[in-house]
Write a protein that binds this ligand. Structure first.
Ligand code: ADP
Length: 512
């Protein structure tokens, strides 16, 4: 048995506590039993002595003065019950004894005599009278204020001793037996309770990265061990998910990089095998550069995501005019949209300031606009809006509202959020794909996306960036009709408003 094992430690504690409890209980039982037996014996003895004393007093009262004689009723008294009785006078001389005491009267102690003369009873235990100790009580025969005689009654403590001996024998056998049963039971119970922990340890040791789909079987689910097993299983499930994600990510990334590599190799091999004109060679090289650019974009995105995963991206925290960013991206994309025959329109652009990193905010708008143009066929339309979201009710007048009610002018500090939406009249996304489009490398139509230069990472990057800015992103789509991406970002007071607020405060100060 290893002393450091939990089972040994618990069992030892249990044994110690049980032993202390049982020994105290046995000791207490013995002491209480002894006290009870002694006090009952004393009470009976005192009762006997007092009855005798009263009888003597009554007899003495009845006899004529001067002829006061002790009654002769002690000789055949209760000695057969194991009790002895004697009468002594005030000087301690034995005047009457029961038959059993004729040769050996009870000893008379000075204390008992003195106390008796004061009208008090005294109990004493004498050990030298025989085999067993004898308990003696001395009570006064009270006649008014005088005490002419004292009655001494004695009883052997043989019965009490025998009972106590039997009781201690029982306790001496019972205590260790109960202790032994308790110890054995404790050892077995602790072992039973800890068995699942052993099993869990074995199972945990057997689970490796290749067998993360294995689970620990909890013995019962509603107790501590069961809950531990369930928590352990949940942890393995999370690990399993992360491992699978990493595996999937690695497989997807390799696949993504393999495609342009295969294309480049094919083109280069064909070019090498045949004699081409310089113009044709240039064409091949241009195509190869295109593939290299695509690969660079993928690698760049992968690096970005890897850094985001490792929390290694340092986002700037500065006030950024989001409307300016939307305008810049619009200007960059407008020509691309026109070349594709898609009209790109800015519908309603409110001024809005958000706190964040301008490069990342630009990335969000670029990716969304790029996707909208990419997945909208010729003749379609992509529209962009940027609107503040009203904070309190009644700020913005609704149709049909009482026009007499004066409304405060709206400033961006009344809008806690700014909403950027990018809508297109493109191919749309089937509903079963909607929950996955923000996943890495997820593409509804891989062929179409790759042809359009996509790698399935764009929306994942957008989602990460939006959330890193404390915002949310949502998508609504209908196949064949179009898609709308809605980004909500927390708004902060713009620099212009800050200046106005400061000016207003200055004015207030002047007025005061
Ligand atoms: P990709 O580089 O393939 O465009 P994204 O992560 O940007 O990767 O988008 C994931 C997938 O979501 C795309 O492959 C496409 O199927 C779908 N998607 C994204 N935006 C749109 C859109 N505006 N209209 C239709 N489908 C879209």
């Amino acid at each position: 048995m290893k002393l450091r094992s939990l089972r040994a430690q618990l069992s030892l504690w249990h044994a110690g506590l049980l032993a202390v409890t049982l020994v105290s209980l046995a000791g207490l039982t013995y002491v209480m039993l002894r006290q009870m037996l002694h006090s009952r014996a004393d009470a009976a003895l005192e009762d006997y002595a007092e009855t005798t004393a009263k009888t003597i007093a009554a007899t003495l009262y009845q006899s004529t003065v001067g002829q006061r004689q002790l009654p002769k009723f002690l000789s055949n008294d209760l000695q057969s019950w194991g009790r002895y009785i004697q009468v002594i006078d005030s000087r301690g001389n034995v005047r009457e004894v029961s038959d059993a005491l004729r040769s050996h009267p009870l000893p008379v102690s000075t204390t008992a005599l003195v106390r008796g003369m004061k009208g008090l009873s005294t109990f004493e235990t004498v050990t030298n009278l025989g085999e067993h100790p004898v308990r003696i009580v001395t009570v006064p025969v009270q006649m008014g204020s005088k005490v002419p005689y004292l009655v001494q009654a004695g009883a052997s403590l043989e019965g009490v001793d025998a009972t106590l001996q039997r009781a201690s024998a029982i306790l001496l056998v019972l205590t260790p037996s109960v202790l032994l049963v308790g110890l054995l039971g404790g050892w077995l119970l602790v072992g039973r309770a800890l068995k699942p922990v052993d099993e869990m340890t074995r199972a945990a040791l057997e689970i490796e990265s290749s067998s993360l789909d294995r689970r620990i079987v909890p013995p019962r689910t509603d107790d501590e061990i069961g809950r531990l097993a369930a928590a352990f299983n949940e942890m393995i499930a999370r690990l399993d998910r992360s491992f699978r994600q990493i595996q999937q990510f690695t497989a997807d990334a390799s696949h993504e990089l393999k495609t342009p590599l295969t294309t480049m190799r094919g083109e280069a091999e064909v070019a090498l095998m045949s004699d081409l004109t310089p113009e044709e060679y240039r064409k091949v090289l241009r195509s190869i550069i295109e593939e290299v650019e695509r690969m660079s974009a993928i690698v760049e995105n992968l690096l970005l995501l890897a850094r985001a995963d490792a929390n290694a991206v340092q986002l700037k925290r500065e006030a950024v005019a989001l409307h300016d960013i939307v305008m810049t991206v619009y200007e960059q994309m407008e020509a691309i949209a026109r070349r594709k025959g898609v009209s790109l329109e800015l519908e309603e652009i409110d001024e809005a300031t958000v706190e964040g990193d301008p490069l990342w905010l630009q990335q969000i708008v670029t990716n969304l606009l790029n996707n909208a143009i990419k997945y909208t066929p010729e003749g379609g339309k992509v529209s962009v809006t940027l609107k503040g979201e009203v904070k309190g009710e009644g700020r913005r007048r609704q149709a049909g509202e009482n026009d007499d009610f004066p409304l405060l002018p709206l400033t961006s500090s009344h809008f806690p959020f700014v909403v950027l939406s990018v809508s297109d009249t493109g191919v749309g996304i089937p509903p079963e794909h909607l929950p996955h489009i923000f996943d890495r490398f997820y593409r509804v139509d891989a062929g179409r996306s790759r042809d359009a230069g996509g790698s399935g990472l764009g929306l994942n990057i957008v989602k990460w960036a939006v959330e890193a800015h404390g915002g949310t992103i949502a998508v609504e789509s209908e196949v064949g009709k179009g898609t709308t991406f809605t980004v909500r970002l927390p708004q902060v007071p713009g620099p212009a408003e800050d200046a106005e607020d400061a000016k207003a405060q200055r004015r207030d100060v002047e007025v005061v």
